[in-house]
Design a protein around this ligand. Structure first.
Ligand SMILES: *Cc1c(COP(=O)(O)O)cnc(C)c1O
Length: 385
């Protein structure tokens, strides 16, 4: 039948990039009850909710110390402050991450040294990292991008040889594992985010730092409250980096569900892999590679397609949410122009910025929605591939 929509193949469906309502609905009563509990207590700053959350997260992440902070960004900032990083220091990190990874280094007056990624995993390339170490290097920040651990063994070997600490940016990787152990516990400090789109999302901002060092944990706790062990007796210049008791209470309700939600994401990722393969699309759609020694938590399911912008526009016109993480590598950002990098310097990151597209992978995604996403991607690469 010659209707206006006939050339669009199957009917149109709305598939959001992330559906937080679907996750919230079954937990609504329980969450409202704990929010009421905190409101009734009128204890909003640190206190028992935060203490309990820290204990529960330390257990889950298999680390001795977990410290709740105001955001993932502040986790990174606090980690570097605790290590005394500042003017004249260099911090080596990937050129391909969320802005905060690079931005925090500059905020402290230090110099970020960007390196290219491995084109298969999108994580920092260890050989490029090794080549970027100088006598001024004061830290290495690998990012576990999209939820898959970076090559920690290689990175830790380089760090040990250079005598430099590793700060893991695990903002997208809570519950992710490398050779059986949770990420965030390999480096001297691990940094996590509870931004609502992360696998464990708060009802606002929140974050976490982890460490196995008791001394460092004490420094991090002190810097979280303006550098004071005792109120008004400031030993160092810190800041207000606290997580709210309300956020902690909400996160405590969500935490027991995290493993199941992550399994849902992994199941959906495997289903996309299989369906793209079965449809004969993998010559035009490069699916993500989950390495055998890592437990990928799929905060994002990122494909690579030629003509990415046209594919994205097609998906959006057909009601499929999708996103680009990230369209511009750090070395091409205006705010880092003073560092003197040039376009063409990190070809793998630049190519990823042009070709990658994240598809909906949240746990509550239905098979019908997923089939529709694959249909629409097939249409798009048929047309624009
Ligand atoms: C989300 C994110 C951050 C920052 O976390 P916020 O809680 O949003 O401040 C840092 N690094 C990476 C890789 C992230 O994905």
């Amino acid at each position: 039948m010659a209707t206006a929509g006939a050339d669009r193949g199957a009917g149109t469906m709305q598939v959001p990039m992330l559906d937080l309502q679907a996750q919230y609905r079954p937990l609504r009563e329980e969450i409202l009850a704990v929010v009421t509990r905190v409101c009734d207590s009128q204890r909003f700053i640190l206190g028992p909710e935060v203490d309990e959350l820290e204990r529960e997260l330390a257990r889950m992440l298999e680390v001795p110390h977990a410290i709740g902070v105001s955001s993932g960004t502040d986790a990174l900032l606090l980690a570097m402050m605790a290590l005394g990083i500042g003017h004249g220091d260099e911090v080596v990190t990937s050129t391909y991450s969320f802005f905060a990874t690079g931005g925090c280094v500059v905020r402290l007056g230090a110099t970020p040294v960007f390196v290219d990624i491995d084109p298969v995993t999108y994580n920092i390339d260890p050989s490029a990292l090794a080549a970027a170490i100088t006598p001024r290097t004061k830290a290495i920040i690998p990012v576990h991008l999209y939820g898959q651990s970076a090559d920690l063994e290689a990175i830790l070997a380089i760090a040990t040889r250079a005598g430099v600490p590793v700060i893991e940016d695990a903002a997208q990787a809570i519950g992710s594992r490398y050779k059986g152990r949770p990420v965030g516990g390999f480096g001297l400090i691990g940094c996590f985010s509870f931004f609502p789109s992360k696998n464990l999302g708060a009802f606002g901002d929140g974050g976490l730092v982890t460490t196995s060092s008791g001394d460092l944990a004490a420094v991090l706790r002190r810097l979280r409250v303006h550098g004071a062990d005792r109120q008004y007796y400031h030993r160092a210049i810190g800041g207000n980096f606290r997580i709210d008791a309300l956020q902690a209470a909400v996160l405590r309700v969500k935490l027991p569900h995290l493993a199941g939600w992550t399994e849902g994401r992994r199941r959906n990722a495997a289903r996309y892999d299989a369906w793209f393969r079965d449809r004969g699309l993998t010559d035009r759609v490069t699916t993500p590679v989950a390495l055998a020694d890592r437990y990928h938590i799929f905060n994002q399911y990122v494909i690579r397609v030629p003509n990415r912008d046209a594919v994205k526009a097609h998906l959006e016109s057909r009601g499929v949410g999708c996103a680009i993480y990230y369209p511009v590598p750090f070395h091409e950002l205006e705010c880092f122009a003073h560092l003197g990098y040039r376009v063409g310097q990190f070809p793998h990151a630049e190519r990823a910025a042009r070709e990658t597209l994240a598809l909906p992978v949240f746990g509550e995604l239905t098979q019908a929605q997923q089939r529709y996403v694959v249909d629409v991607v097939a249409e798009a690469v048929g047309r624009h591939g």
